[in-house]
Design a protein around this ligand. Structure first.
Ligand code: PMV
Length: 314
């Protein structure tokens, strides 16, 4: 059995985070500059079921069966075996590497899951459809995020721009005009589950207001889809600003995110907003070619821990 390698990109949510958990649409795109990668190699001579796992970024170097079942990587292996109706893996070593920042809204967890599921399925000679890979990754997301919408595993599995509505058939987006984004990291890790849990509690107490905010976000997302499909990405700028104002009302922005957003706008971005769970993690700005490097420099000056430039096309 040869070694089997699979990769999965990061992602960024362009519009609709949080509201998507409550049934509104959201738009997300893959970010190919960052990747998670899984390599599964046969260990000839070792006993069946013996699985050695390494993830140097998190100082992990252990036998899989010594990890607690709730460990993210154990969960990925267990869910994959369940999907394949296999009792155990042939003896193997697994190595996980990733350039996707953790807990920053770039989908690092889902990308590791998707890369590992694909590599494991390839390794045992039972490749799965994208639909099933996404479904297995979603099972793992549920363990870690409580009530995830499923957008991360979807955009990362298909590695295409998506218009995502929870529990509905996937719609990929055709983009007649490419556009450029800058993604800037506040450097503040922010677990999505905490922001999602806080929004849920606020929604339970003020359901009228929160439902209105979610509806308004849904309206912004639908307008963004029309702009994208008509090849008018510059129109996304004001829509990003509108989405950011609504996210602030949901309480998921933060002083650091607000600072990076206003810095980007002052430096010439066409629009900017937080992306993902919020409270920390990344913001995203739409830029034209003329302003891209000035906005990137301004974001770094303003304290961004990292800035990624990505070109979005179909
Ligand atoms: O923080 P991220 O990029 O994993 O995105 C979370 C997006 C939310 O809408 C806040 C939650 C979800 O499950 O969709």
């Amino acid at each position: 059995m040869p070694a089997f390698t699979a990769s999965a990109p990061g992602k960024i949510i362009l519009f609709g985070e949080h509201a998507v958990v409550y049934g509104q649409p959201a738009i997300a795109v893959p970010v190919r500059q960052v990747q998670a990668r899984a390599v599964v190699r046969a260990l000839p001579g070792a006993q069946a079921g013996s699985v050695h796992i390494q993830a140097p970024a998190v100082q992990l170097d252990a036998q899989l069966d010594t990890l607690p079942p709730e460990h993210a990587l154990s969960a990925v292996v267990a869910e994959t075996l369940k999907e394949l109706r296999l009792e155990r893996l042939p003896a193997c070593s697994i190595r996980i590497t990733s350039t996707i920042p953790v807990a920053a809204g770039l989908g690092s967890g889902a990308a590791v899951s998707v890369a590992l599921i694909r590599a494991l399925c390839g390794f045992v000679g039972r490749p799965l459809s994208d639909e099933r890979i996404s479904a297995v990754a979603y099972e793992v997301e549920k363990i870690y995020h409580g009530t995830p919408s499923g957008i991360d595993n979807t955009v990362i599995t298909y590695a295409r721009p998506v218009y995502f509505v929870r529990d509905q058939t996937l719609q990929t987006l055709e983009l007649p005009a490419p556009f450029t984004l800058l993604i800037a990291d506040t450097g503040i890790p922010s677990p999505t589950s905490i922001a999602v849990g806080d929004v849920r509690r606020l929604w339970q107490v003020q359901s009228g207001l929160y439902n209105e905010l979610f509806e308004a976000i849904g309206g912004v997302v639908r307008a963004a889809r029309r702009a994208l499909e008509h090849g008018q990405p510059a129109m996304l700028g004001p829509l990003m600003d509108a989405n950011q104002a609504l996210l602030r009302q949901l309480t998921v922005s933060s002083p650091e995110l607000d600072h990076l957003v206003s810095t980007a706008l002052q430096a010439g971005a066409l629009g900017a907003k937080l992306s993902g769970g919020g409270r920390g993690g990344n913001m995203v700005a739409l830029v034209d070619e003329i302003h891209a490097s000035a906005v990137s420099a301004a974001l770094l000056d303003a304290g961004a821990a990292n800035v990624i430039l990505t070109q979005v096309s179909t």
